[in-house]
Design a protein. Structure first.
Length: 251
């Protein structure tokens, strides 16, 4: 099970480092991580990435960025390239989040260009997708499959294949009091896993008000969770790792 979180801009640099130290200490002693049953990743703000890598890497926690530039170099003031992220030790890059689309005008074509930038620089895209309004799981799966295919098209055309982490986040569930209904998540997650599963290392996570208590109910349809505010307390991460260990023990 892959368990990750984005800090967005909620955390200061100091709080980011403090959180990572606490979770790293948890990871090195937790049986779910030690056995390889669970893996963790975190997406801090850009300036925190080098120190985050220093803290997290020894504990096996991957670090990535919350977005990246379309271009790898050139006159793109204020951008952060995938090449530099990889140079700093980042291994993932989030692309396509609904907030980037809403607040920064990122279109499907921009998401596709950023996905390509991640893959050609050896970064695993954490590709966010989800339907904007309430709909059935079949329609939701169709929407997200189309989003994934469009996002991967330029990289595939250029021969830059690689694993992708699909973060299924129904837009209507982001920041909501509760996640999407369990059966909805299970059915959409299963459809997406079948869609991307042929690429080794790919995974489908559920995000959108995800927190402790959810994973045992959707585990047969997803490969993990993409956490937001419910992971701000490291104790919540500990609870989720306990759930992963319990799921493995029940098999």
């Amino acid at each position: 099970m892959l368990i990750g979180t984005s800090f967005k801009t909620y955390f200061s640099h100091a709080r980011t480092c403090s959180w990572l130290r606490e979770v790293a200490a948890l990871a090195v002693r937790h049986p779910a991580v030690a056995s390889g049953t669970a893996a963790l990743f975190a997406l801090p703000q850009f300036p925190s990435i080098p120190e985050s890598v220093r803290i997290a890497r020894p504990a096996g926690i991957a670090v990535g960025a919350q977005t990246l530039a379309v271009h790898d170099e050139g006159p793109w003031t204020g951008e952060v390239s995938g090449a530099v992220l990889a140079e700093l030790g980042a291994t993932l890059a989030e692309v396509g989040h609904a907030e980037r689309r809403t607040h920064f005008g990122e279109t499907d074509d921009v998401v596709a260009a950023k996905t390509h930038a991640a893959l050609r620089n050896g970064l695993t895209p954490v590709l966010c997708g989800g339907e904007s309004g309430h709909t059935g799981p079949g329609r939701a799966a169709d929407v997200v499959r189309a989003q994934v295919d469009h996002a991967l098209a330029p990289a595939r055309a250029a021969g830059h294949e690689g694993a992708v982490v699909v973060a299924y986040e129904p837009v209507w569930a982001i920041g909501a009091p509760a996640p999407a209904p369990v059966e909805h998540v299970r059915r959409v997650g299963s459809a997406l896993r079948a869609h991307v599963g042929e690429v080794a290392g790919s995974a489908v996570l559920y995000g959108g008000s995800a927190g402790p208590g959810l994973l045992p109910r959707i585990a047969d349809g997803v490969d993990g969770l993409f956490l937001g505010r419910f992971a701000h307390d490291p104790r919540a991460v500990a609870l989720i790792l306990d759930e992963v260990a319990a799921l493995e023990g029940a098999r």
